[in-house]
Ligand binder design. Structure first.
Ligand SMILES: *Cc1c(COP(=O)(O)O)cnc(C)c1O
Length: 398
């Protein structure tokens, strides 16, 4: 069962503001971390790492998962594994976090920004083919809010051009597309266990490997270019510098924290789904009356309630709602600034034909509501009450 976290002042009645996120702890984190410390095995790839990685592999349906220091670093590993070189192009949505692009820019590759669909806010699969050139080396999809991209169409284009697909699955742990777990659909996937994600250890991530061809090299690149993994398994009697690489291993102390969360996955998800469903139901009439768009979940996409958003009409509609909620003690926030017209996006990237008008509109209007496991009924009520008091579509004045 989820325990309600007491308010900072200890009083459930205090009208403290409802935070956008309150990092959830499942209960065993401290004990597991203490056990890791006592064992003396605090480096990467210890016993807690093995157990946590097995959970990640099971949740993503992948044959193999390697814990990393972040999703950013897992994405960097995908760039190394795909041997990206300066001038290579990587197709990705313009509406995503900077790490999706930076991982490839670090290798000198050029992000090619494609617009998103107005309904799911995922990369618009119908625009991908026009963005393909002879230099395209990867297509990176982001399952925004954990709602699956149109993967059949994405994989069809990718297959026809022989381009590997990578999933930035930072939002999507536990989600699925037509019965297939998110993270299992590309050749490689990247998970995030950042404090703001459904399952967290402060800072952490995982590389999910669906194509066995990458398995051995991934292990080496992640271990400073050495075959230390094989050495520890007794497969070689010394380990050597085998390849390029870096230090992408998560400490077993953090893996211990992460394991406690992964073991509580069902409870965490139940807590988040309850909030998501309450918003979706209780804001439906208000949204319809005010011309506000709520999340679209296509048939065949099961999502892990990573975030709940509203898109009010008009360019300033989002900011107005965020301000209104703030005045009523609710912390709502916007989301990604478009990458294609950001300073670094202009410097390093290219915009696909047609530009990214949907991304620009969505980024300007986005409002994300508080959503976390352990949110109290009272907090949900307060958010809903505050939202429905807002008139997003102002009556015409004469
Ligand atoms: C959070 C996030 C990341 C980065 O995750 P870190 O673990 O903080 O590196 C990358 N991509 C997306 C889409 C994210 O939401």
């Amino acid at each position: 069962m989820l325990k309600e976290t007491p308010r900072p002042d200890g009083s459930p009645e205090a009208a403290a503001r409802v935070p956008f996120n309150r990092a959830y702890t499942a209960g065993r984190e401290t004990a597991y971390m203490a056990a890791a410390v006592r064992s003396g095995s605090t480096a990467g790839d210890g016993p807690f790492t093995r157990r946590a990685a097995a959970h990640v592999a099971a949740l993503t349906g992948a044959p193999r998962a390697l814990l990393t220091t972040s999703c950013t670093h897992a994405l960097e590993l995908t760039a190394l594994l795909l041997d990206l070189r300066p001038g290579d192009e990587v197709i990705m949505p313009a509406f995503t976090f900077t790490s999706t692009a930076n991982a490839y820019v670090l290798r000198g590759a050029v992000p090619v920004f494609v617009d998103v669909r107005p309904d799911t806010l995922n990369i618009d699969e119908r625009l991908i083919e026009d963005a393909v050139t002879e230099r395209t080396r990867a297509i990176v999809v982001v399952h925004y809010a954990g709602v699956a991209c149109e993967m059949d169409a994405v994989l069809d284009v990718a297959g026809r051009y022989g381009i590997p697909v990578v999933e930035d699955n930072a939002h999507g742990l536990g989600g699925s597309y037509r019965g297939r777990p998110l993270g299992s659909l590309g050749v490689l996937g990247a998970q995030s266990f950042h404090m703001t994600k459904n399952v967290q250890c402060g800072e952490g991530g995982a590389l999910v490997i669906n194509d066995e061809r990458f398995a051995e090299r991934a292990e080496i690149l992640r271990e400073k270019g050495t075959d230390r993994g094989r050495f520890f398994r007794g497969e070689v009697d010394k380990y050597h510098w085998q390849d390029t690489g870096s230090s992408y291993l998560l400490s077993d102390v953090l893996a211990a924290f992460l394991l406690a969360q992964l073991e509580a996955f069902t409870d965490i998800q139940a807590g988040r789904e309850r909030v998501w469903a309450a918003y979706h139901e209780r804001l439906a009439a208000w949204a319809a009356a005010n011309g506000v768009r709520r999340p679209t979940v296509p048939e065949g996409a099961a999502h892990p309630a990573h975030l709940y958003y509203l898109l009010p009409p008009g360019r300033a509609g989002g900011d107005a709602l965020i301000e209104h909620l703030s005045r009523h003690g609710v912390q709502a926030v916007s989301h990604y600034r478009p990458l294609h017209d950001a300073p670094a996006g202009v410097r390093y990237g290219r915009v696909a034909p047609g530009g990214c008008p949907v991304t620009e509109r969505v980024a300007a209007g986005m409002v994300r509501l508080p959503l976390f496991a352990g949110m109290t009924e009272r907090e949900v009520d307060r958010v809903v009450d505050a939202v429905v008091r807002h008139r997003a579509r102002r009556p015409r004045r004469r």
